[in-house]
Design a protein around this ligand. Structure first.
Ligand code: C5P
Length: 672
């Protein structure tokens, strides 16, 4: 996840490959509870890992369910046919609404001695309508705090199931879902009827519930949206194996990506055209705009079809969340797009009509809006040999209003014809439904290397390059290359192979370096999966590195490896020749220095902290010897690049140095 203040997306040019999307939250918790109510074992694949599912799993364990978690696959051994717990149990539901409501209903229908509590916010979320319905059918439920709110106590019911059970449908469809999942437990010898009072909202979510119930052997008879009959003799049956569908709203960004980006197409794993989620109908709108979509069980494949996309007018009431993605596709169309019947956008995480209009205008688009509609006029698209179309997109810093969907939508603007970067503010807001959204985007999007920014930080030994570079990388969400570590590892591998570090073995060391099995895991450096961090970080390791780094063939064979670190969204590279040789076109180069005395002092402190004994004078002598070798060698000698900015940090704190580099970088990356 990117927890930076902003994320700068370089201009993107194409996309190909496969993304696996996280599981849908609504489906995950329904499937867990249904599996728990069955007899036998259910293997649940692709479960979403979130607060809500963790709460549900903990509760199921307390009830005596078998729960075996292996990554996103969870095996549930159900309670059906087993003794229902008689001892008192207290459940902690956190703030997980999708666990609290259905569990309350299931526990109340079965009966026991149960307490359900949550965090303070959970105790402020109404549950009275569900409790009323459950009491109506004879469940014993008491409020332990305020009337109408959790915490609750559940006792032994005296079920009366002959009359229809009324439940309000106009507050939350979750109450109806809870009853639909609980009542099959009581329908062995009689049919049970539920009657919805008031206009039922969020019907697509009830469709999901009915669909999943049928997968577990319960065929609910739906009479309009007013009456639901659970037939006599209903009994939960495990489907054996079940896959949790990926979130269909999350899929919309990758469907749009496939329609907008040049490439071999995008394959989405986890959700197919036969999805039980309402938002999957976004597909139809995307096809209308030009996307080519094929699908199978649990997958979708999207290719660019019509280009530019086609402007459309659409009633979006059935896909309110995914429709936001159409607004961004509209920027790449051949004419205006109007999205109608979207009044609900005004009352979501933010006023989404206002947000989509304001941010599209920042990009240069003309937008009209009304109380429940929005019209977006396209910006010039990339056309074969149509250079004239360029020059109208603006560099924009997209405000995201703590709304995950605004952030994900506008990431697609990075495909603009003018090849401008796009800044997304507060990128971590995507965590609400898709914490790794940007990682997923970068795993399939591509662009020419010169578009991917590199910031180089070169300088002498112990000037603090590594600390500075890794801190700036963390602030920008960029990758980090510690090129010195590559020379250190090369020297280490050469010595292990019985080579000397002299010119006589140059060709052999170069061979080793060309396919160096090195990898980085946080602060750790691994060689053939063995942790060599301590071995290479010693003073001797630095000296050895300096020796092999003199050999031109060794330097050459490390070039490709270093270039391979230039990946989306950007790179911080530190070393001696980052700006002069490896990334000569980098848009920002810093040459970091500090006096030899200061550097020896810092290194001394570091070593003492790590528990090594060290002598400051010999450290200084070593540093100076290493610098002298690095500066005097003929291959890529240590020196500032011509266009490097010098930073002497002898009397600066680390924070001040980071701040200086950020100021330099921001002054080159101006967003409107
Ligand atoms: O930066 P670090 O101290 O880890 O580098 C160890 C040695 O590797 C340096 O003294 C230098 O000789 C060599 N090196 C290099 N070019 C780089 C990075 C390091 O020659 N880009």
């Amino acid at each position: 996840m990117f927890s930076t203040a902003f994320l700068d997306l370089p201009p993107l040019q194409g996309a190909s490959g496969t993304v696996t999307l996280p599981g849908s939250k609504s489906i995950s918790n329904r499937v867990l509870l249904l599996s728990a109510l069955c007899q036998g074992t259910t293997v649940v694949h692709d479960l979403l890992d979130s607060d809500d599912t963790r709460v549900m799993l903990a509760a199921l364990r307390q009830l005596g369910c078998g729960v075996d978690v292996a990554g996103t696959t969870v095996t549930i051994t159900g309670l059906g046919g087993r003794a229902w717990p008689t001892e008192a149990i207290e459940f902690f539901m956190g703030n997980a609404g999708t666990a609290m409501r259905p569990l309350t209903a299931a526990l109340a229908v079965q009966g026991g001695d149960f307490k359900l509590k949550g965090v303070t916010r959970m105790h402020e979320r109404p549950i009275g309508d569900l409790v009323d319905a459950l009491r109506e059918l004879g469940c014993a439920i008491d409020y332990l705090g305020n009337e109408g709110y959790p915490p609750l106590h559940i006792g032994q019911p005296k079920l009366q199931l002959d009359k229809p059970i009324p439940v309000r449908g106009d507050v939350s469809s979750q109450f109806l879902t809870a009853l639909l999942m609980a009542l099959p437990l009581a329908a062995q010898d009689r049919a049970i009827t539920i009657e919805v009072v008031g206009e039922l909202i969020s019907k697509p979510y009830i469709e999901i519930t009915l669909n999943l119930l049928s997968r577990y052997g319960i065929a609910v008879e739906r009479q309009g949206w007013e009456r639901f009959v659970i037939p006599a003799g209903s009994r939960y049956q495990s489907p054996g194996t079940i896959h949790v569908e990926a979130d269909a709203s999350s899929a919309s960004y990758f469907i749009a990506l496939g329609a907008i980006a040049k490439g071999d197409g995008i394959r989405i794993l986890g959700v197919g055209a036969d999805s039980i989620q309402g938002d999957i109908r976004f597909m139809d709108a995307a096809v209308q705009m030009g996307a080519k979509i094929t699908s199978g069980p649990n997958w979708l494949e999207i290719k660019r079809g019509a280009w530019p996309l086609k402007g459309i007018t659409l009633d979006c009431n059935h896909i309110p969340d995914a429709a936001m993605t159409l607004a961004v596709m509209a920027l790449f169309a051949d004419g205006p797009t109007t999205l109608r019947n979207i009044a609900s956008w005004r009352v979501k995480e933010t006023d989404r009509i206002a947000a989509m209009a304001a941010e599209s205008r920042k990009l240069g688009a003309t937008v009209e809006e009304g109380q429940d509609w929005i019209t977006i006029h396209p910006l010039p698209h990339r056309h074969f040999a149509n250079a004239l179309a360029k020059g109208q997109w603006q560099r924009a810093s997209i405000h995201t209003y703590d709304d995950h969907r605004v952030a994900m939508c506008f990431s697609l603007a990075a495909f603009n014809a003018d090849q401008l970067p796009v800044r997304i503010e507060d990128p971590k807001c995507v965590a609400k439904t898709f914490p790794d959204y940007f990682e997923a985007l970068f795993s399939v999007a591509h662009t020419a290397a010169p578009n991917i920014p590199v910031i180089c930080i070169d300088g002498p030994t112990a000037s603090g390059k590594g600390t500075l570079a890794s801190r700036v990388a963390a602030q920008l969400g960029y990758h980090y290359l510690d090129s010195g570590a590559l020379y250190r590892v090369t020297a280490h591998a050469a010595l292990q192979a019985g080579l000397t570090l002299e010119a006589a073995d140059e060709a052999k060391i170069a061979d080793l370096a060309r396919s160096l099995p090195v990898s980085f895991e946080g602060e750790q450096v691994l060689l053939s999966n063995v942790d060599v961090t301590d071995a290479i970080r010693s003073e001797q390791g630095g000296m050895n590195a300096s020796k092999v780094s003199v050999l031109p063939a060794v330097r050459t064979s490390l070039v490709d490896l270093q270039h391979s670190f230039q990946r989306l969204p950007g790179l911080l590279a530190d070393g001696r020749d980052m700006g002069t040789v490896i990334f000569p076109n980098a848009p920002l180069k810093v040459f970091l220095t500090a006096s030899a005395a200061k550097r020896a002092e810092r290194r001394h402190k570091q070593l003492i902290l790590k528990g090594f004994s060290a002598n400051i004078d010999s450290l200084r002598a070593d540093l100076e010897a290493r610098d002298a070798r690095d500066m005097s060698r003929s291959a890529a000698p240590l020196m500032p690049a011509q266009d490097a900015l010098q930073l002497d940090n002898s009397s600066l704190t680390i924070e001040a140095s980071v701040e200086q580099v950020m100021v330099w970088w921001q002054s080159r990356q101006v967003f409107g």
